[in-house]
Design a protein around this ligand. Structure first.
Ligand code: ADE
Length: 262
């Protein structure tokens, strides 16, 4: 039986939304979608096309939770995607989560959500939960693609980028990622986050919003981030160059491996 546009077949959605927060990452993705057609909605360019024969809508989310939630909602309601994949960077929080590693979210928490004393800290009021999980089967496929890329990181990044950023044996981690409308760039703030949420692997600015939107529509969501910094006093140093030289190359390679595996 033919599936309607966007419908899902387990971990193989018919039409998938690919979202990145920063422009160079999306540029690396668009280079792989030769037939992409641009549609502008609400100030965003949605690129509709195919990747290894799979329907893809690629878009820049913008930075922060509101921009990401709006983008996710448009992907679902206007473009009929059946699943969402988010790619980008994050600041490492967990012990052993180092620059150049990849983090796959198993769940998200908004670290700046606090309606206490009405509700427990971090809980999203009226949802009765602080954590929003990603999709297991979709994440497992992305993890497989990420491991494939990490097995030969210098083939993806080039030896110069590996040397420039002193990347050593990049690793894939899976677990809790925090999101909030702050670029965490002091050791004091990252220590406070680690103390409040000790399981957290990394922090970024969009994933929890997309996870909540996907929860509302009961759609699968996976998020893979490259660790660009340690969310400390030097978090901003080399940030844009790292995206260009490392994160965008990882994103394109992992998505290439993912779409060719479907
Ligand atoms: N994305 C990448 N690094 C980050 C940080 N330190 N804080 C928030 N978002 C980030």
């Amino acid at each position: 039986m033919a599936l309607p546009p966007g419908a899902n077949d387990g971990a193989r959605p018919r039409r998938i939304g690919v979202v990145a927060a920063m422009h160079p990452e999306l540029a690396a993705v668009l280079g792989r979608m030769p037939d992409e057609q641009r549609q502008r909605v609400a100030g965003r360019d949605f690129r509709v096309g195919h990747w290894h024969g799979h329907e893809v809508v690629a878009v820049l989310s913008g930075v922060g939770k509101v921009a990401a939630a709006t983008t996710a909602t448009l992907l679902i309601e206007r473009f009929g995607v059946g699943a969402l994949l988010f790619t980008g960077t994050a600041g490492g929080l967990g012990e052993g989560v180092k620059v150049g590693d990849l983090v796959l979210a198993s769940s998200f928490v908004q670290h700046d959500m606090d309606a206490s004393p009405l509700f427990p800290r971090f809980e999203v009021p009226l949802y009765g939960r602080a954590r929003f999980d990603t999709d297991g089967p979709l994440s497992a496929r992305v993890a497989q693609a990420a491991r494939q890329v990490l097995a030969d990181a210098s083939a993806t990044l080039g030896v110069d980028a590996v040397a420039e950023f002193a990347l050593h044996a990049p690793t894939l981690h899976a677990g809790l990622i925090l999101s909030g409308d702050r670029f965490v760039a002091t050791s004091a703030e990252s220590a406070a986050l680690r103390q409040a949420l000790p399981e957290a692997l990394a922090v970024e600015m969009e994933g929890a919003a997309v996870a909540q939107v996907c929860h509302d529509w009961a759609l699968p969501f996976a998020a893979l981030r490259t660790v660009s910094d340690r969310a400390d006093d030097s978090a901003h140093v080399d940030f844009m160059r790292f995206i260009d030289q490392v994160a965008s190359r990882y994103s394109a390679a992992v998505l290439e491996a993912y779409f060719s595996s479907l």
